[in-house]
Design a binder for this molecule. Structure first.
Ligand code: DX5
Ligand code: ZN
Length: 216
């Protein structure tokens, strides 16, 4: 299981230190939550942050766009160093085009589904994606409680990988801790985002290690 600490819960004033801690601890991805105050109520940070972060780490930069009509920003995020760009199927009438734009910009393409969206809604896209993000909370804030009913969608996607021969990663995001991560792994998830669990304490590196130990 790859671990993707979300900087949404990191210390913004000492961001470089927090990033270096999880990097040294062996986290494979760094998850970057972009919020626009429209698709979700909060505003977080934009492409400039990515440009600042890119030179200080070799971790895979995993950008989660919680923005309306994300295709407007894809090229800018790719130029600024995003390795993976995730777009919500709920955020644009042109999800296929948005995924094409990501691939054309040279990044890996991810489609994201909210807890209220079924796997059926993204079936026509599965042949073209590198990663599917199953939201395990409603997007918008860190520190929410994991929704166990989302596990069946992870299982469904894992099944489709086997029957159809797809090879996308399955990422989970929201309420992931050392217990819920085990259920996600059993269901077929291959990448786990964790924000508050990793950063809301004194030792982010120990938390990354705990997630790794739980999913060995
Ligand atoms: C929520 C974001 C998450 C958030 C997860 O909308 O997409 O990435 O940082 O936070 P935790 O791990 O605290 O639920
Ligand atoms: Zn996220």
């Amino acid at each position: 299981m790859k671990i993707a600490p979300s900087i949404l819960s990191a210390d913004y004033v000492n961001l470089q230190q927090d990033i270096e801690k999880v990097d040294k601890a062996g986290a494979e991805y760094l998850h970057i939550d972009v919020m626009d105050g429209q698709f979700v109520p909060a505003i977080s940070y934009g492409p400039g942050w990515l440009k600042a972060i890119r030179p200080i780490t070799n971790m895979t930069l995993d950008v989660h766009l919680m923005v309306q009509n994300p295709e407007r920003f894809v090229e800018q995020f790719a130029e600024n160093g995003a390795d993976i760009i995730g777009v919500h199927v709920e955020a644009t009438p042109h999800i296929h085009r948005a995924l094409q734009l990501i691939k054309n910009a040279g990044a890996k393409a991810e489609v994201v589904i909210n807890p209220g969206t079924s796997v059926e809604a993204i079936k026509p896209l599965l042949y073209m994606v590198d990663q599917v993000l199953v939201m395990t909370v409603n997007p918008g804030f860190g520190g929410q409680k994991f929704l166990p009913e989302t596990l069946k969608k992870i299982k469904q996607l894992d099944q489709l990988k086997q029957t159809e021969g797809y090879d996308f990663d399955i990422e989970v995001d929201g309420g992931v801790k050392n217990d819920t991560i085990v259920d996600c792994q059993k269901a077929g998830a291959t990448v786990a985002v964790a924000g508050s669990y990793v950063f809301d304490g004194v030792d982010p590196a120990a938390k990354v290690q705990a997630l790794k130990d739980a999913t060995k």
